[in-house]
Design a protein around this ligand. Sequence first.
Ligand code: NDP
Length: 311
Amino acid sequence: MKKISSKLIILGSGPAGCTAAIYAARSGLEPIMINGNQPGGQLTITTDVENYPGFADPVLGPDLMQNMIKQSENVGCKVYNEQISEIDFNTYPYTLKSNNYTFVTQSIIIATGASAKWLGVKNEEKYRGHGISACATCDAFFFKNKKVAVIGGGNTAVEEALFLTKFAKEVILIHRRDKLRAEKILQKRAFCNEKISFLWNSIILNINGNENPKLVKSITLKSLLDNSVSIIEIDGVFVAIGHKPNTDLFSNKLDLDNEGYLKVHNQVFTNKKGVFAAGDVHDKSFRQAVTAAGFGCMAALEAEKFIELKE
Ligand code: NDP
C-alpha cells in the first residue's frame, strides 16, 4: 500500500471541502482532498442553483461543483478519488487508510457532508431503484408521463416536485403537516404549477409493488387528522425528508451529538487537536452551499494556524 504524507487532508469535495482546499492550497499547505463516494457532494444531484452568489443566471449544481474541484486543483490541491475506510486518531500524526493508500497527516478537515434520509416504511428498500428514489435529478427521466409522489415539505421536496413536472404527468406532494417549510419563492412556484397537487397531514404506511416487473404500483397512506387509511396508485415515490450527517467513520472516535452530527466548538474545532469540521457534517441549522463554503474557509484558516504552531 502506497504511503502518502501531507500537512493537511480534507475529506469530502462539496462546497465545504473545496473551499477549504482552495484556502489551504493558497496558503502553501499543499493539501490533499479525498473525494469520497460522492465527488462534489450533494449539489451534484441538484439542478439549478440560484442562491450561490456570483452567478447572475442559475448555475447547474454539477457544473458548479466541477468548477470548484477544478479551482481547488488549479491552486495546488491534489485530489484523490479514494474512500477512507479507517482513521487512527490515537497516534499523531494521524493515519487514514483507503483501499490503495495510507495517508499520514498533521491536520484533517472533515467535510463529508450529509446523505438523504429514508422513510423506513415497508418495501421502501426493496423498491429502491424500482420506483423509489431520493434524487429527482437522477431519476425523473424514467417517469415520463407517469404519476409520482414526493414526500416532504422542505426545499428539497418542493424542488424535486417542480423538477419532476418536466417529465411526469402528475406530481402529488405528500406532507405530514398542513404547511410547507420550503422557502416562500419555491412554495409559490409549486402552488402555481398545474401538475402539482398537495396531500396534507398524511404519512406513508406502506409502499406496494409488483414482483415481475419489480415496480412500485401504489402507496398506503394514513391521514393524521382522522387516522383513515387509503391507497393511491402511483408509479414512483421520491423521498425528500432531509438528510443525516456522514459520520459513520467517526463514531466512537470523535464527539458526535445525539443526531450523529460532529460536535464543534468555536465554529469548526472538533474534540481532537488539528481535526476540524466544515459544512453539513456538523451544521444542522443552515445547511446551505454558501454556509458550507464559509465553514470550509474557517476550517482551512484554523488548520493553517494549527500547522504553523507545530512547525
Ligand atoms: P428539511 O429538513 O428542510 O425538510 C425535511 C422535510 O421532510 C420537512 O418538511 C419534514 O417535515 C419532512 N420529514 C422529515 N422526516 C419525515 C418523515 N419521517 N416522514 C415524513 N416527512 C418527514 O430538509 P431538506 O432536504 O428539504 O432541506 C435541507 C436543507 O437544505 C435546508 O436547510 C434547505 O433550506 C436546504 N436546501 C436549500 C435549497 C436551495 O436553497 N435551493 C435546495 C434544497 C435544500 P416537517 O416540516 O413536519 O418537519
